[in-house]
Design a protein around this ligand. Structure first.
Ligand SMILES: Cc1cc2nc3c(=O)[nH]c(=O)nc-3n(C[C@H](O)[C@H](O)[C@H](O)COP(=O)(O)OP(=O)(O)OC[C@H]3O[C@@H](n4cnc5c(N)ncnc54)[C@H](O)[C@@H]3O)c2cc1C
Length: 382
């Protein structure tokens, strides 16, 4: 019998396992893949996520890995606006095939049991609570607490009756490119009429290219991969690059839970809810809420009180709020190309406003810290 069975060993699940195992809990981390599958992601980790990775003490230290990023650049031709992270802090571009194994290794190092190829198919229920999970192989694993960290299309969220149906309309796709020369250490975001293209350096002259688009494009001729290749060809620098891997897709989003817990089961990371990849905050929010989730599990095991889960729900809501609000705002911009151009032009003229908006996204400032003129700059212009 484990203290906690964690379903899914992405950033949210692995980080929750690290926190719990470090505190002496018996933890099993169940991952359906063999640990080598790529995940569609922009691979930009914002400063507060990077800080959280440092706290997890992964080896080698994250600062020696990936590509440091100083800020973000918005492009809506003919306009271009750049903002750097406040206080000289850095973000990190890091491939998920490096990040995820790093976190899993750390979980094992601090005492968690990792089972790769363990795909959870159902929850086992006893009187008034869940008693464990069952894998596709028919193995039953008993635990005092179940944590669903199984991502955007969480089966655990659905099995626990926590799924909140959404009008799901957006998709993402990503791949890596080797470029002829290194690029600026920035997340470069290009607003197109029907997609946003994110270019994030993840190594010397290696970039991640992630595209976000609406449902219509998915069914356009050739599907998302053809659309992906087409958009690459329309960028002078990207067109000169070499595709290093096959594009992988994710979606649809958004996804939401009615609440992130029920009885002795909690949801963390994308499983608890994901508005959109447009804010580039998913990994950071997952890592930070993993710590809050682990705290709630420990308190619950000490006291058996559901109050600790209510507190987790509030904490998680607070951690996701800024990124979610910015995601909603950015979605309004991206759905109207003329508005995106207008806003990027305003941000180019008002660098302080752009810096403040990035501060909110990076977690240095709260949405409440924004001045009315910051929000106006994004819409009507001042
Ligand atoms: C196109 C795109 C671009 C993005 N760009 C960025 C970005 O630049 N920066 C950023 O911070 N975030 C970005 N995100 C968001 C980020 O990828 C997610 O928020 C993050 O991966 C969430 O981590 P997670 O651990 O909750 O879920 P995941 O990373 O999805 O991990 C879930 C894990 O659960 C496993 N699993 C699923 N079902 C089962 C099961 N039944 N049994 C066992 N295991 C299971 C999966 O195999 C997987 O390993 C992007 C997302 C998309 C789609």
């Amino acid at each position: 019998m484990f203290d906690a069975a964690i379903v899914g060993a992405g950033p949210a699940g692995a980080a929750t396992a690290i926190h719990l195992a470090r505190r002496g809990m018996r933890v099993v981390l169940l991952e359906r893949t063999q640990g080598d599958r790529r995940k569609a992601c922009g691979e930009g980790i914002f400063p507060r996520g990077l800080e959280e990775l440092r706290r997890l003490e992964v080896h080698p230290a994250v600062d020696s890995l990936g590509a440091p990023l100083t800020g973000v650049r918005f492009n809506a031709a003919p306009y271009q606006a750049t903002a750097t992270f406040g206080g000289g802090s850095l973000a990190l571009g890091m491939q998920r095939t490096d990040l995820d194994p790093l976190l899993r290794r750390r979980a094992v190092e601090v005492g968690a049991e990792l089972r790769l190829g363990a795909s959870v198919r159902s929850l086992v229920r006893g009187p008034g609570r869940f008693t464990g999970v069952e894998t596709e192989d028919g193995e039953r694993i008993e635990a005092a607490v179940i944590v669903g960290a199984d991502g955007l299309r969480s089966r655990i969220r659905w099995l626990a009756g926590l799924d909140r149906p959404q009008h799901r309309r957006r998709y993402g796709i990503s791949a890596h490119l080797q470029l002829p020369r290194p690029v600026d250490p920035l997340v470069d975001i290009h607003f197109h009429d029907d997609a946003e293209v994110y270019v994030t350096p993840v190594g010397p002259a290696t970039v991640n290219v992630a595209m976000l688009f609406r449902r219509g494009m998915r069914s356009s001729s050739g599907g998302p991969t053809a659309a992906f290749r087409g958009l690459i060809q329309s960028h002078a620098l990207l067109a000169a690059g070499t595709l290093l891997d096959v594009p992988v897709a994710a979606g649809p989003f958004p996804a939401a839970s009615r609440r992130p817990w029920r009885d002795n089961l909690l949801l963390v990371g994308d499983a608890a809810g994901f508005v959109d990849a447009i804010s580039g905050e998913g990994i950071s929010t997952s890592l930070l809420s993993a710590r809050a989730c682990a705290d709630a599990v420990v308190r619950y095991l000490d006291s058996d009180l559901e109050r600790s889960f209510e507190r987790y729900a509030r904490q998680r809501g607070g951690l996701a709020r800024n990124a979610d609000l910015l995601a909603h705002l950015s979605l309004v911009l991206s759905s109207r190309p003329w508005l995106a151009r207008h806003s990027v032009r305003n941000l180019m003229r008002q660098p302080e406003t752009f810096r403040r908006l990035l501060g909110v996204s990076a977690g240095d400032l709260r949405v409440a810290d924004l001045r009315p003129r910051d929000l106006l700059a994004l819409t009507v212009g001042v």
